[in-house]
Design a protein around this ligand. Structure first.
Ligand code: CP
Length: 315
C-alpha cells in the first residue's frame, strides 16, 4: 500500500477487519516490521486522537516517530506554483515535501478543508502534492474531504458491538457553533456503503452531502423517523456542501438527546470526538451505558496499525 486516502485504498474490507482483530489481540506481534524505519506525522491542524493513536500504532510496529506541528514549529509554507515568494511564506512545498520525504519511510498528514474553495478542497491539492513529491507512502490523518482512519475505526467498532448481522446505522447531522468540513461524514458514508449495514443519513434540508458519494444511500429528513429501530446512532456536524462551508442552521432540536435515543433499538451512540456537549449530544446520552465513544476512539490505534503494517510490508 503506497497511499491511504479513501476506502478504495484498503481493498477488501473483510480482510482489513480480520487484520484489525489480529492486531488488537496482539499489538506488538509485528514490531519487527518497523525496525530502523521512521514515520513523520505532519499536522497542519489540531489533533488529540489522531496524533496520539497514530504515534502509538507506529511504535507498536517498532517504528521511530517524529511529529511536526507545521503551523507552530516550522516555516510558513507556500503551496501555490509560479507565485513570486515576496510575502510571509519563506519555503515552498516543492522543496519542503521531498526534504521531509528524505528523512522518513512513511508520512502521515493532517490537513483541513479551506471551506471557501470547494474545488481545491475536493481535489485534495495538499495531500496530492505529498503523493507526487515525497517519494514515500502517504497516510491521510484527515484530509480536506476524507477521514479514512476514523471511518475504519468506526466500522471496526460497529463490528465489535453489533447484535445482528445487518444493523441499522444512522448518520445524523447535529448542530455546532462553527463551520466544520464534510470529511468525517464523507468517509463514514463511503465505509458504510461497502459494509453489511442498513445505512440511513438524516440532516436538515441544505446539508446534502456530495451527490457522487450519496448514490444509493437512504436519506430521511425527519430525524425522529430515521432513529426508529436504529442499532447505531453516529452523530456529526458538517457545513453545507452546496452553499460551500456555510452554516445554514444551529437548530438545537437536532441535538441527540435521551428522548430521541428512546426511539431506537437501544442503539449505541457514536461520535468521532471532539464533541460539543449539549450542542451535538446531551450529557445524558454521551454519559449513558449506550455511549461507545471511548472504545471507538481507542480503536483508532487499531485502524492506524493495520494501515501502517500494510505499508511496512511493501517497503
Ligand atoms: N477524531 C479525531 O480525528 O480526533 P482529533 O481531531 O483529536 O485527531
Amino acid at each position: 500500500m503506497r497511499q491511504f486516502l479513501t476506502v478504495d485504498d484498503i481493498g477488501d474490507v473483510d480482510s482489513a477487519l480480520t487484520e484489525a482483530r489480529i492486531l488488537k489481540r496482539n499489538p506488538h506481534g509485528f514490531s519487527y516490521l518497523g525496525k530502523n524505519k521512521t514515520m513523520i506525522l505532519l499536522f497542519f491542524n489540531s489533533s488529540l486522537r489522531t496524533r496520539l493513536s497514530t504515534q502509538k500504532a507506529a511504535r507498536n510496529l517498532g517504528m521511530e516517530v517524529i511529529v511536526l506541528d507545521v503551523n507552530k514549529d516550522s516555516w510558513k509554507l507556500e503551496s501555490e506554483y509560479g507565485v513570486i515568494m515576496d510575502g510571509d511564506k519563506p519555503e515552498h512545498l516543492r522543496e519542503a515535501i521531498p526534504v521531509i520525504g528524505s528523512y522518513c519511510d512513511i508520512i502521515g498528514i493532517r490537513s483541513f478543508a479551506s471551506l471557501t474553495d470547494k474545488e481545491a478542497d475536493y481535489t485534495e491539492e495538499l495531500i496530492n502534492q505529498f503523493i507526487e513529491f515525497s517519494g514515500v507512502p502517504i497516510v491521510s490523518l484527515e484530509s480536506a474531504t476524507r477521514h479514512p482512519l476514523q471511518a475504519f475505526a468506526d466500522l471496526f467498532t460497529i463490528e465489535e458491538y453489533k447484535r445482528k448481522s445487518k444493523p441499522k446505522v444512522v448518520l445524523t447531522w447535529a448542530p455546532h457553533p462553527r463551520a466544520l468540513p464534510q470529511a468525517v461524514a464523507n468517509s463514514f458514508v463511503e465505509w458504510m456503503k461497502v459494509s453489511d449495514v442498513d445505512l440511513v443519513v438524516t440532516h436538515p434540508e441544505g446539508y446534502e452531502l456530495d451527490p457522487s458519494l450519496m448514490e444509493g444511500v437512504k436519506v430521511e429528513h425527519d430525524q425522529k423517523k430515521a432513529f426508529e429501530n436504529a442499532d447505531f446512532i453516529y452523530a456529526k456536524n458538517w457545513s453545507s456542501f452546496t452553499h460551500y462551508g456555510q452554516i445554514l442552521s444551529k437548530d438545537r432540536s437536532w441535538t441527540v438527546d435521551e428522548e430521541k435515543m428512546a426511539l431506537t433499538n437501544e442503539a449505541y451512540f457514536m461520535h468521532c470526538l471532539p464533541v460539543r456537549r449539549n450542542m451535538v449530544v446531551s450529557d445524558g446520552v454521551i454519559d449513558s451505558s449506550r455511549s461507545i465513544v471511548i472504545p471507538e476512539a481507542a480503536n483508532r490505534v487499531v485502524s492506524a496499525q493495520v494501515v501502517l503494517k500494510r505499508m511496512l510490508e511493501k517497503l
